[in-house]
Design a protein around this ligand. Structure first.
Ligand SMILES: [Zn+2]
Length: 368
């Protein structure tokens, strides 16, 4: 390996998704982009007030901001209208923007048989023109907007206690498959992604009691950054906090309810935690191993040498075992699915009994 290659390999990398729509909206708030008034509103948790983008009020902290499609949604969540920008009043000057707002409202209703070309024709536009205008005004393409809306509906349904399959259907995915392909990867994302001058990052955590013990899950706004299994919640939380000394680690049971639900289901073999979005930090090699582990289907196992061969480093069996042992996120990175070549279980960061229980549950849930 060359010198620069070695430096590259040691560099800590992140992988995970980005919540495009929330990002685009935040940029508009930061820029006080008044053209986006009525396209969405933003609410500030610390003041209980919601504003339209472009409001001249003091810029809120990103972590306190929540976005809503309409003033009615913000009011429904308990916010009151700002007296300065009067976001509840209709005030669209530009008719082209008004048309884009109409497209937004239409996209917010679940409908698997949506006909964008027909809707565009109703506005006197071609579909292509509609898509271009939409991206210009809203900041993300129609498809991203649609997926973000669906993910919001799934989140709301899951919090209300609806089973995942029903929640996916209600949100307009048409099938659980479509939901897992497009929606589930967004599950762990909250609009709370922010960077405070590059200094602090907010990490929320929650816990759930399962047959294998207490499971503590922590997530940045991008995705799950840690999942630990043990007997003491306090000890696990302290461990996570010690790993992110620069971050603000705080309990967020509400924001992480969907993650807790999926993890509890995964312990029982019924849910696939590898579908959760992740925000993991590791060396380039570790990240490659963890990505490979996330591709092992539930109910199956691979040997350490199979994983090593799979990532194109057949000689790196010991290093693969090391990356498994360093896995920061149990279940989400299913290192329990890696066993010794002779079929014996090998090691597990959270104990061999736990590994055995997880593999047993996954096998049982797939036996007809
Ligand atoms: Zn305002």
């Amino acid at each position: 390996m060359s010198g620069s290659g070695r430096r590259k390999a040691r560099r800590v990398r992140r992988f995970g998704g980005v919540d495009d729509l929330a990002e685009a909206r935040w940029r508009a708030v930061e820029a006080r982009d008044g053209r986006l008034a009525r396209v969405f509103v933003y609410a500030v948790r610390s003041t209980g007030v919601y504003c339209r983008p472009g409001c001249g009020a003091r810029r809120p902290l990103r972590r306190n901001v929540e976005f809503f499609a309409t003033p009615a949604d913000a009011v429904g969540a308990g916010y009151r209208a700002c007296r300065r920008c009067c976001p509840e009043r209709d005030q669209i000057g530009d008719p082209a923007v008004a048309s884009v707002v109409a497209v937004c409202r239409w996209l917010e209703h679940p409908d698997p048989d949506r006909d964008l070309a027909a809707f565009a024709a109703g506005l006197g536009w071609s579909e292509r023109h509609l898509r271009r205008r939409f991206s210009e005004v809203v900041g993300v393409p129609v498809g991203s907007y649609l997926r973000a809306q669906q993910a919001d509906r799934v989140r709301a349904a899951l919090r209300a206690g609806m089973p995942v399959a029903d929640a996916a259907y209600e949100a307009g995915y048409g099938s659980s498959r479509a939901f897992y392909d497009h929606g589930a990867r967004r599950l762990g994302m909250t609009p709370a992604r922010y960077r405070s001058g590059g200094a602090g990052e907010r990490i929320g955590y929650t816990s759930t009691v399962t047959p294998i013990g207490v499971v503590v899950a922590a997530s940045t706004a991008r995705g799950v950054c840690a999942v630990r299994v043990g007997s003491s919640e306090a000890a696990l939380v302290a461990e996570v906090a010690a790993e992110f000394p620069g971050a603000l680690v705080e309990r967020d049971d509400g924001g992480l309810a969907d993650i807790a639900l999926v993890l509890a289901g995964a312990v029982r073999g019924g849910e696939d935690a590898t579908l959760l979005p992740v925000d993991l930090r590791g060396t380039a090699f570790q990240v490659r191993v963890w990505e490979a582990l996330r591709a092992i289907p539930g109910g199956q196992t691979r040997s350490y040498s199979e994983v090593a061969a799979g990532i194109g480093s057949p000689a790196a069996v010991r290093a693969v075992a090391g990356a498994c042992a360093a896995n920061p996120a149990a279940l989400v990175v299913p290192c329990h699915r890696v066993v010794r070549q002779d079929g014996s279980l090998g090691g597990y960061r959270w104990g061999i009994v736990t590994k055995q229980a997880l593999l047993g549950a996954e096998a049982a849930s797939r036996t007809p």
